[in-house]
Design a protein. Structure first.
Length: 720
């Protein structure tokens, strides 16, 4: 919504009026502050002159004063807003020259906005070329003596007008009210009456503030508007009661830390009021103190720093924030740093229409309309007594450990997790559940019993099968699966039939490998099915065969006859009606096209596959944090280290081995039980850890021949 200020043609044609209009447009357009009404557009034509500004719906301060004077907290809030806006204008070389309640607009949350710079004077431009020195610009009830005398003006004329307005908002009336020229003489000669004559309940120091602000000699006034605001704040400090007395609620807030507010810019009015009220309660709020603006250079790094330094995030929930990409980005970073998020509902008919997807089940504080005061009380209580993330991270610090306790390293470096690593394997609970559900359908009569797990190199597909899916089956997560037979995992290699023979021989000690191989090489391709029937002990049981790195069948197996026979064995076994064989394979995504050259196999994989996607932020946290919490590990992390690790590998395809390697390096450089930020910097972070380790290993080789061999190996890895 916008407000359009229209200058009628008869006025717009006046050169002096037009000049003042253009001045207002130019000045306001370059003043940026939360409490200055922004100018969106302006133009002039034969129909007049037009200013398009933001519509502030709460009326003016004048409208509010008609209902009575303001209390101390309202006054302090008003002068905080207007004072900070005016200070920005003064810094830009702009004097308002008409400070009065009519030019202070209020929104629905009682935020105050400075407007109507139409008669402002720009200190950097000599306006006397367009209007005479004798012109007195301003409103008589608020004019400073130097304005009346047409003397050179300074920012202190606005301080004088603020002093008059302070008297008015506290008493309900201006101090000088005589008619005509007599009111101008009052401004020139008479001091402002004592405030205490009308409001004896107020602190007498308020009189001192008003008298200094309205001194007849500009040199005797406050030097800056913020000096006046600060003096006012000191006077009001004992008067303005906090919502929750500090002595009645224990507070754990570090004054050097802050709350981060995530919101859509459409909710700026609410947020400005919330910021003021929280800071009044002693809760610091991050408010772009470093000039952070979305889309600027290093924006993401600056945002991470701000959220990392916050002990909590307030999510301002509304239909606008639900659609805000900035809000979604901020929530993602908060999830990385495990910052507590408190949703505050400010607009909308339905909660689910006001919250980003996936957060609908969160508990929220309803701060809509008349609920605001109660909501603020609840929010202050939550923020005032809540534990910081560091408090939550210290869960292992106070555990009493046996003498000589030495933590075990739960991280695997560059190798994949195996079945005996299942106790250290975290972060894939959801994927394992999905794989189990797919296998349920494969146990149905006449179903094809092959499941391909597909993902990029380094995505963790082998680990999720070896340390996740197979252990789940062996402990009975599917009906009777604890009684199934499991062939030791195999890879095709150069001779897949030989490797399958060796794997099956582990379950058939009574048969020679030669006999098993002969069965597998039978031209009927029923060898695997026949051998499986001999292994399982009952009709309804299963034989589970896991073929890891299935792409080797197409990259390392030299003989096409061996490859085709292996494929035929698998196809016959998994499609035999009522057959016992269930085959699991892992396949690199960049070799997905190779099985498609074998139509029956390609069709089976196409309809029975599951992709391994990058981990969510929560899952990455589990990968790092949960192994550290095991009873024989009990590692601790320096503040922020877990989030830094998560940030480096988030959304990265194939980043998990690098993460595990980095964690292994941090473990080797630990300080007692603590993994440190210093060690993380030393190894070069996730991206530099492997490179630095490789360089160190290469440098430690004893002779030039050793180093030449290493160089040859590295070149083969790059260009096989």
């Amino acid at each position: 919504d916008v407000a359009v200020k229209i200058i009628l043609p008869e006025h717009a044609a006046n050169p002096e009026f037009t000049a003042r209009f253009a001045s207002e447009a130019h000045l306001v357009a370059r003043l940026e502050h939360p409490y200055i009404v922004p100018l969106y557009d302006y133009w002039q034509d034969e129909n007049g002159a037009f200013l398009v500004m933001r519509l502030v719906k709460g009326g003016s301060l004048r409208d509010q004063l008609k209902q009575g004077s303001l209390d101390a907290k309202q006054v302090m809030r008003l002068f905080d807003h207007v004072g900070s806006a005016l200070a920005i204008a003064h810094e830009a070389g702009v004097i308002h020259r008409d400070i009065k309640p009519d030019n202070i607009l209020l929104d629905q949350y009682t935020n105050a906005y400075l407007t109507d710079f139409g008669i402002a004077k720009n200190l950097n431009i000599d306006i006397r070329t367009t209007m005479s020195d004798e012109d007195i610009l301003g409103t008589p009830g608020y004019l400073s003596p130097e304005q009346i005398r047409s003397e050179p003006v300074t920012p202190r004329i606005d301080i004088y007008s603020l002093g008059i307005m302070l008297y008015e908002v506290l008493t309900g009336d201006i101090p000088f009210k005589k008619p005509g020229m007599q009111i101008l003489m009052q401004h020139l000669d008479e001091p402002v009456p004592s405030l205490l004559e009308i409001r004896p309940d107020l602190p007498e120091q308020l009189d001192d503030v008003i008298q200094r602000a309205t001194a007849k000699n500009p040199a005797d006034r406050y030097e800056t508007v913020m000096d006046m605001v600060e003096a006012l704040r000191e006077v009001f400090a004992p008067v303005v009661q906090t919502i929750i007395p500090f002595e009645s609620q224990p507070r754990t807030i570090d004054p050097n830390r802050h709350v981060f507010i995530s919101y859509s810019r459409a909710d700026n009015e609410f947020v400005q009021r919330l910021i003021y009220d929280l800071e009044t309660e002693g809760i610091p709020v991050w408010i772009d103190k470093k000039g952070l603006k979305p889309g600027t250079r290093n924006w993401e790094d600056a945002l991470r720093t701000a959220i990392r330094g916050a002990y909590a995030m307030i999510l301002v929930a509304s239909p606008a924030s639900r659609q805000s990409n900035y809000v979604l980005d901020e929530l993602a970073i908060a999830e990385m740093y495990k910052a507590p998020v408190y949703p505050v509902w400010v607009d909308g008919e339905e909660w689910m229409d006001s919250i980003p997807m996936g957060m609908g089940k969160m508990q929220y504080i309803d701060a809509r309309s008349e609920n605001y005061t109660k909501a603020l009380l609840e929010l202050v209580m939550l923020l005032g007594v809540g534990a910081s993330p560091e408090d939550l991270r210290r869960t292992t610090e106070n555990i009493e450990l046996p003498a000589g306790f030495n933590p075990r390293n739960p991280y695997k470096g560059l190798r994949a997790f195996r079945e005996n690593d299942q106790g250290d394997f975290f972060g894939r609970t959801g994927l394992i559940h999905e794989l189990l559900q797919l296998l349920v359908t494969h146990t149905q009569p006449n179903a094809s019993r092959l499941l391909a797990v597909i993902g990029p190199s380094g995505s963790g597909k082998s680990s999720v099968v070896m340390a996740g899916l197979l252990p789940a089956l062996q402990r009975g997560d599917l009906p009777d699966s604890e009684r199934w037979s499991y062939v030791p995992p195999m890879v095709p290699g150069t001779n897949p039939i030989e490797n399958l023979t060796i794997a099956l021989a582990a379950l058939m000690p009574e048969r020679s490998q030669k006999a098993i191989r002969e069965d597998l090489m039978d031209s009927s391709a029923r060898g695997l099915h026949t051998l499986a029937r001999q292994i399982v002990d009952r009709q309804s049981s299963r034989l589970v065969l896991y073929v890891d790195q299935f792409e080797e069948l197409f990259t390392q197996t030299a003989e096409e006859g061996d490859r085709q026979q292996f494929i035929n064995l698998l196809l016959t076994a998994v499609t035999e009606p009522g057959g016992p064989v269930m085959v699991l394979v892992t396949l690199r995504a960049d070799f997905y096209d190779r099985p498609m050259n074998y139509p029956e196999l390609g069709k089976l994989i196409d309809t029975n596959s599951k992709s391994v996607l990058p981990m969510s932020l929560a899952d990455l946290h589990d990968v790092i944090q949960k192994p550290a919490e095991l009873s024989d590990v009990l590692l601790q992390f320096d503040p922020g280290l877990v989030a830094e690790l998560v940030f480096e590998v988030r959304d990265q395809i194939g980043g998990l081995p690098l993460l595990q390697f980095t964690l292994e390096q941090l473990f080797e450089r630990r300080n007692g039980r603590r993994l440190t930020n210093a060690a993380y910097m030393e190894i070069g972070g996730v991206r530099g850890a492997l490179a630095k380790h490789t360089e160190a290993t290469y440098g430690s080789l004893p002779t030039d021949p050793h180093r030449q061999l290493a160089r040859g190996l590295f070149l083969r890895l790059i260009e096989p």
